[in-house]
Write a new protein. Sequence first.
Lengths: 434, 542
Amino acid sequence: MKKIETEVLVIGAGLAGVAAALSAAKAGKKVLVIGRESGASAMNSGAIDVASDPLALPGRPQRWNADAAKNIEELLLRTPDHPYGLISQSAEKILARVKDAVELVFPSSEGFLSGSEKTCRLVFNQIGTFKQTSFTQTHMLGVSEIKNARSLLLLGFSGLGDFDPGFFAKNLSHWAKELGANAKLAIAEIETDGLSGKSSLEVSRWLLENLGPVTQEIGKAIKTHNPAVVVLPAVIPGEVRKEFLDRLENIYAIEAREPLSLPPSVPGKRLAQYLENRLKSQGAERLIAKAAGFEQGSGGIQSVTAETAGEKLQIFAKCFVLASGSFLAGGIAKHDSFRETIFGLDVFSNNGVPGEIFTEKLTCNKVRGPHPLFSVGLKADRDFRVLDRQGKVAYQNLFAAGAILCGANYIFDGTAGGTALATGLAAGQNTANY
Amino acid sequence: MPDYDVIVVGAGVNGTGIARDLSLRGMKVCLVEKGDFASGASGANTGMIHGGLRYMIYDIDTTRHSCLDSGYIQKIAPFLLFRLPFVMPLELKATLPFFETYFEVYDKYARLKNGMPHTMLERKDIVQLIPNIADHVKYAVTTDEWGIDPQRLCALNGLSAQSHGAEVRLHTEMVDFLKDPGGNIIGARVADKSGYHELKSRMVMQATGPWIMRTSQKAGVKVKIRPGKGVHITFDRRLLNYSLIIAMVDGRMGFIMPHENATILGTTDDDYYGDPDDLRVTEDEVDYLLEGAARYLPDIRKARMVRAWVGIRPTLFAWAKNEDKLSRDHKVFDHELSEGVRGIVSIAGGKLASYRLMSEEAADLICKKLGNDRPCQTHLIPLPGGEKEVDEKALAQKYGVPQYAAHRMIYRHGARSEQILELTRERPELKDIVCRCEPVLAAELVWCIRNELAATLTDLRNRTRLGTGMCQGTRCAVRAMAVLTRELDMSAGEAEDSLLAFMEKRWKGNRPVLQGRTLEQEELNQASYFLVGNLNRLLSEK
């Protein structure tokens, strides 16, 4: 077994893990990040939610509250166990923390995100419906962009099975009208020779090779329809995206926009790639490795064993940050009972320790939830140290961040990005103080 | 003047079978169903046209009927049946002679359905067939049954009725009966999307399965059943290639069997007095099934459960019998004879395997009452698609689709597959595989919408197995919804509604088995449609 030493070991390379790694690195620590090649962040839609309206009335988007501070206050009132509450009880302070984390992971100089932590906006997805969110990758299609646009041109790609322009247009037109936007919508299809029934990721790879001719096709369509806004499915590969969209906008004096994506998601891939680059540029080390076990010492956790392709590692560190996510990312698993997959830590739900609780009790009869099942996770103190079921610190040098924490329900409360970033930042800073 | 000769209420296997039988005899039929084809017990059974092996001791008639009719069903829908060799472990060496004799008797009936005769196996043979079988299984006997997709069976019967002149009204609920002053039945009041309608008929046939006590109450007639709740679990992939007959912890008989690309474990049998419209599988029932199955296949606890599903058997009433000892025989109720109420006939009990025979019996009675003396033809005329055999390789080549996709399509549609693929000549994009788990081509969806009365995403799932695989619709639901929306020119609101209704239905099945990968998948599914798609916030609750 190969032995490695570092000061801070971060497990998980999603938003929370990267925020933790960058904040520890910023404080001068030697940081190593391990985790799968792509976790749940690679399925990200292109949006980063901070605080959607927890009281959002179904079917009445006109009345959803856009003020994030107000939304957090309501959220903490209803779910006092939400990890935001570990940061502070003041919505302003929480949002300030989110802002710091966004600036750390997505500095405006990088031009990767746009938006604000203070106000929610409505952004369309590839179905043609929309959601409230705070930040998106740049050039995503918001309701505000189509409100004043004189006309929209929707581009489909033949052979792209994941995006149906007709269906998208129908939903978009319906909701745009509901929201008081009356832009005219035209549809054009870009020929992709020989592709059929492909996923977004497949078409994205194809585009990388065929960007020249596709750009010409798009140019022709724009000239024919003369729109103010062009909407493209989210398939432009991260490597060329900025340059490509800038060129379109400059040459044709249009705005180019993409809807958010459902998995398999090109924006997700772009985010994962961005986070990798960010780690590299800020001096954090990164290994694609799966944590499999640990050794305990007198001061808490001494080392974590991990598996890479063909090699076993024993990683010694002073401090550990667990940001391995929820079920989908593999941080928590349920087989008969719930368990944390690396350290065997106690897992909590809002109702207590769910080891013996049937999922039936953690789910509602109707799917539209929210199901407490997806709030299951680790409990932490205000320093983001993991707690055991007696409420004591499990290991002095083990911190947790992101979706692995209990209390949040990102599918329904719209706080996933903010929680991951802010708790990651805090956990990373605490390792520096440790 | 009545609008119809007969209104058949309920499009399960009996309702569709009777509607078909009557239509083939030239009767004017209206088939009314509040959901889709096979949305009750007919769609929630093991999917076996079995010979009623276990009924042989106390219910030999059911065994004979089942075997005989299984042979007929093979003739009218050869593409829809698949041979299912069964392995039945025997615990004690001392019981071998008994089973030898038992199966010798059964072989005689099995011949009626082209079943192979039984064989006796020792451990070394058994592990060849089922390598992961538990150590304690030392002896076994094999027998031979037939499997079927019950959803398709009902749909094809209903569609055959339609092609012979019946009016098929799905998503139309029978809310009340029309009566003359004497209390005799002269039609039905039904409700669909467009409102209430009064349909007059000379006769109403109740084939409402577990709902029959409710509908009978409205009619003022008496039908008593012992509703029995039956739960199945579907596992991802084939855990075995032979069906295994198992004993549950309480000694009841259960099955672990391969079905399409999955494995089915079933079933429970418990008296059920709840609401047949609000069925739930409990984790207790899931554990009961796993407990029984793990005794024979210990690995099964590590396998991936995809969903659990439930139906209510409309078993005939009997007092002081345990659920699994109840007769699976059926009864056609002539309410004129028993209660003096004219214009209504009911059917209850029975099993999938003998649906055709039961339908014939019910149709005979109706025809007698209405003065029609034409004979039953349902065992002679093929179901849609059963007209001729199809060469799957040639078909796949002719239309340039993967052979595995053609194979699955032929299983569902038989000879109609060619017509389905013909759609791709004009629109090559219909060759897209929309559901990759199963696999389902866009062309098949279009066909089912245009020709098989599919009007919702759930209807499409019932016709094609769309979204039945391990991703449970995460990938395909929105793609299929786009096809449906275009074909039916649905509004955005209707489309989102249909998508959410589909998710609700999937959730019912996923919820009791949420663990391991299935739980991860459910997180992804809900994140896709709720977190990103935001459907739960955009649609107001009705």
